[in-house]
Design a protein around this ligand. Structure first.
Ligand SMILES: [Zn+2]
Length: 443
């Protein structure tokens, strides 16, 4: 069988690295009294001006005095920015941006439009650590940590980290621009170890969005005429994924971002493998977003891709799951299995790819390695197929309830394969693994 490029299998890259829970229980400090004080402060500013909220140090004052001044001025500006964003007042949102800086104001308008289109309901910004003096005299880098929500007014922690650059001017500080967090300093108030390294879609790209009962789907404006159809399909995929939710808590809403070629290179990890059509990206505790490449959203693949990725959101649920290599078959196999439960799914599309998998006839374990980034489509598909048939065997032999419980213990709780296998299936994992492998060999 020739595997069409459009049949590219779907990557999991949620929590690409193995994340230790301890690393995520970081030191969230929330707003300090100083922040609250400055937040309560400024009246409506004039366009482009940051209303002074802290005494400006005199020339020659120690560095920490300037850092304190910059930090408090930016805190005050953040408060006004957020007020403007949530109330639809662009003048407030653009606080600190000189009216003559057309490029910056265009970028601010894009951010403003996009965040509003995503139904932003919360955008709590805080300054992390101390502002850093940049080589150019009088310029400063500030780390923003932003807890934000789309659609829901209370979405739990969804954190974004980015930097802003400010320049000293006679009247105070002026905003120069935003950029990706450079990762050069420790993040004191970050909740997630991952949030610093991502570009969220709304940080780089103009988006329009449609909200459904269970989903938020966002696309670049060039795909405007596809949005309604994608939203409808996402709702159908969500209905399937919802039947396989694993773990405590709710998936408040599935968030799907469709990338064009440029966005595909800029969002999240920047470097999807050659065979990747979509990703489920853990963005924080209990937060997973879905990214799909627009070119993969063809008539015969969209539902499959959407259901697969939403299945990751339903079954992984958070950024603390155990994603070590040995469990790849289980994580991807589960998403493949759920994808095949959608109405009208037909036969499993990668059955034939199994025949091209090296050593399939002598397979002794279904813990196959994930495809390399540069793997060809057929090799990737064969590995996904092993996962799919292994999970299919578990559902058939042990039932849905036990298979989902096994998955929860192994992947979400991270306590290995053998203990959960003994407690849930009543036998060692080595035995169950052999059963799965025999099933795959016999196909
Ligand atoms: Zn996947």
């Amino acid at each position: 069988m020739i595997i069409n490029r459009r049949r590219r299998r779907i990557a999991l890259l949620s929590a690409v690295t193995l994340l230790a829970v301890a690393a995520l229980t970081a030191c969230r400090a929330g707003h300090t009294p100083a922040a609250a004080a400055s937040a309560a402060g400024p009246a409506a500013p004039s366009p482009g001006e940051v209303t002074p909220s802290w005494p400006r140090p005199s020339a020659g004052a120690p560095l920490f005095e300037f850092q304190t001044w910059v930090r408090e001025e930016v805190r005050a500006a953040m408060k006004v920015q957020t007020e403007g964003l949530l109330t639809g007042d662009f003048t407030k949102f653009a606080i600190g941006a000189p009216p003559g800086d057309k490029a910056l104001r265009a970028e601010l308008r894009r951010r403003f439009r996009t965040l509003r289109a995503l139904h932003v309901t919360r955008f709590d910004q805080r300054v992390d650590g101390q502002p850093r003096a940049l080589p150019k005299a009088g310029t400063w880098q500030v780390v923003h940590v932003v807890d934000h929500c789309f659609v829901e007014t209370d979405c739990g922690t969804d954190e974004t980290v980015f930097d802003s650059v400010w320049a000293q001017a006679p009247e105070g500080l002026r905003l120069v621009g935003f950029r990706q967090n450079d990762g050069r300093s420790h993040c004191f108030t970050c909740e997630s170890v991952d949030s610093r390294s991502y570009n969220r879609p709304w940080e780089t790209t103009e988006l329009i969005a449609q909200v459904g009962a269970r989903t938020l789907v966002a696309v670049p404006p060039r795909y405007r005429n596809r949005l309604a159809d994608l939203s409808r399909r996402a709702e159908k995929a969500a209905a399937v994924a919802d039947r396989y939710r694993i773990g405590a808590g709710e998936v408040d809403r599935y968030r799907v971002f469709v990338a064009d070629d440029a966005a595909w290179r800029r969002w999240y990890h920047h470097r999807p493998g050659a065979w990747v059509a979509g990703m489920a990206v853990a963005t924080g505790e209990h937060r997973i977003e879905v990214e799909l490449h627009a070119s993969e959203l063809t008539a015969d693949f969209t539902d499959e891709l959407l259901t697969h990725e939403l299945a990751h959101v339903a079954t992984l649920r958070n950024d603390t799951h155990d994603s070590q290599k040995a469990l790849w078959f289980l994580i991807e196999g589960m998403a493949e299995y759920v994808q095949q439960q959608r109405p009208g799914a037909g036969d499993y599309p990668d059955r034939d790819a199994l025949d091209h998998l090296p050593h399939r006839r002598t397979l002794r374990s279904v813990s196959v390695d994930p495809p390399a980034d540069d793997a060809d489509d057929r090799d990737a598909a064969g590995r996904y197929a092993v996962g799919y048939y292994a999970v299919t065997f578990l559902f058939g032999r042990y039932g849905k309830e036990r298979t989902l419980r096994f998955f929860q213990d192994v992947v979400q709780k991270g306590i290995g394969l053998d203990g959960p296998s003994r407690s849930v299936f009543g036998k060692p994992w080595a035995t169950v693994d052999k059963e799965c492998a025999a099933y795959v060999r016999g196909l």
